[in-house]
Design a protein around this ligand. Structure first.
Ligand code: IPE
Ligand code: IPE
Ligand code: MG
Length: 242
């Protein structure tokens, strides 16, 4: 079993760079509406934004970046939108992975793979395998991800492994999560003005800092990345201490 990379939480003075940033990439549909375009055009524009945002966080020294691309609840959208989204995600993997690999990025997937098409599943597994030994930034794509499903799956796996009740601990739960081996997110960003988690990293977000911006995801550029990191740097994290 991989041991957790998390260290016990220490109070953090202002000025720090977050080790792990997680982003709820929201607002593609509203971005499209304001430009007189279709929702799938909005998703296409959102996917084209990934490249610059990944690099902008990397340049600022962020070591782990998690991107919420598709939630367990997003299956309830119209079939044609879901199909378009998966096509776009597949295209972005095809067009970006080799370059990310050259830059030393390690890719990970958070969520369920079993409900994805065999083609998309293969593309994801191939990109994880290709980049697994890289030592640069870790980029996690949360795709068919749900925080509650993750916790239920962890409990099921513990039972299947015959874990004894007295051995169930927070640290053990941590190791059964999709994020095993990674630090918890320090900063969670949500674009588009909504102020909710929408089932994202609900276990891991217990002590995250939150940053909400009205900017729609396709418009969230390098300057917006800098703003979010500057706000984070001004926060004083206490973790229950004084
Ligand atoms: C985020 O944009 C992308 C996904 C949830 C897949 P939305 O599609 O939710 O955009 P809005 O919220 O309708 O503007
Ligand atoms: C959250 O956005 C999921 C992703 C960004 C992938 P949604 O647009 O699905 O969230 P709600 O429905 O507004 O809560
Ligand atoms: Mg939305």
């Amino acid at each position: 079993m991989i041991t957790s990379a998390s260290t016990p939480e220490q109070t953090q003075a202002a000025g720090a760079v977050p080790r792990h940033v997680a982003v709820i990439m929201d607002g593609n549909g509203r971005w499209a509406a304001t430009h007189g375009k279709s929702r799938s055009d909005g998703h296409r524009a959102g996917s084209e934004n990934l490249r610059r945002v990944i690099r902008a966080f990397g340049k600022r020294g962020v070591r782990y970046l998690t991107l919420y691309a598709f939630s367990t609840e997003n299956w309830d959208r119209p079939d044609d939108e879901v199909r378009a989204l998966f096509k776009i995600l597949n295209d972005v993997i095809q067009s970006e992975v080799d370059e990310l690999h050259r830059e030393g990025v390690r890719l990970r997937h958070l969520g369920r793979l079993d409900r994805l098409s065999p083609t998309l599943r293969r593309a994801i597994c191939r990109s994880i395998e290709l980049t697994k030994d890289n030592s640069g930034m870790t980029v996690c794509v949360a795709l068919d991800y749900g925080g509650r499903a993750e916790i239920v799956e962890a409990a099921r796996s513990m039972i299947a492994d015959d874990v004894k009740p007295e051995d169930v601990s927070e640290d053990l739960f941590r190791r059964y999560m999709y994020t095993n081996g990674m630090p918890d997110p320090d900063l969670i960003i949500r674009t588009s003005g909504e102020q909710r988690l929408s089932n994202f990293l609900i276990w891991q977000a217990a002590y995250a800092e939150y940053y909400f911006t009205p900017v729609y995801w396709p418009d969230f550029d390098e300057a917006e990345v800098a703003k979010a990191l500057d706000v984070y740097a001004s926060r004083h994290r206490r973790f229950g201490k004084v």
